[in-house]
Design a protein around this ligand. Structure first.
Ligand code: FES
Length: 149
């Protein structure tokens, strides 16, 4: 059995140790906001936070999170109480197709936890592992800068 915190609650799983965390979160816990894109750790669609750091969960075995704290998009904000980045995402109409956006938000919120006033270069650096086929990068950057102010 592997135990960890998921969005602040203690949970456990009987999944095989090498099962990618993404599948455990989506299939066992039913949290479908995190997406499968490449499965190779390259696109960022599956991003969650491990102890506040953005990670690629399609290539992370669930055994690696024993005793750790995982946050998904479902733990970032609620419909009644949106995270400041979610508010900025809406204000800037960031998503186009939307598929990558939960991963984008998890990386952006990890950045703002470490750096409350990121420069454009800081944002480029922190967000470089999150790919958007619709090319929403300018709106993502504007939303992060807005939320940081
Ligand atoms: Fe995990 Fe692409 S699905 S990085």
């Amino acid at each position: 059995m592997i135990s960890f915190k998921l969005n602040g609650k203690s949970v456990s799983t009987e999944a095989a140790a090498d099962t990618p965390l993404l599948w455990v979160i989506r299939e066992q816990f039913g949290l479908k906001g995190s997406k499968f894109g490449c499965g190779l750790g390259l696109c960022g669609a599956c991003s969650m936070q491990l102890n506040g750091e953005s990670i690629r969960t399609c290539v992370m075995p669930v055994s690696a999170v024993e005793g750790q704290s995982i946050t998904t998009i479902e733990g970032l904000g609620t419909e009644e109480n949106l995270h400041i980045l979610q508010q900025a995402w809406i204000a800037h109409n960031v998503p186009q197709c939307g598929y990558c956006q939960s991963g984008q938000l998890m990386s952006a919120s990890a950045l703002l936890m470490k750096n409350k006033a990121p420069s454009e270069a800081d944002i480029d650096n922190a967000m470089s592992g999150n790919i958007c086929r619709c090319g929403t990068y300018p709106r993502i950057k504007a939303a992060i800068l807005d939320a940081a102010n």
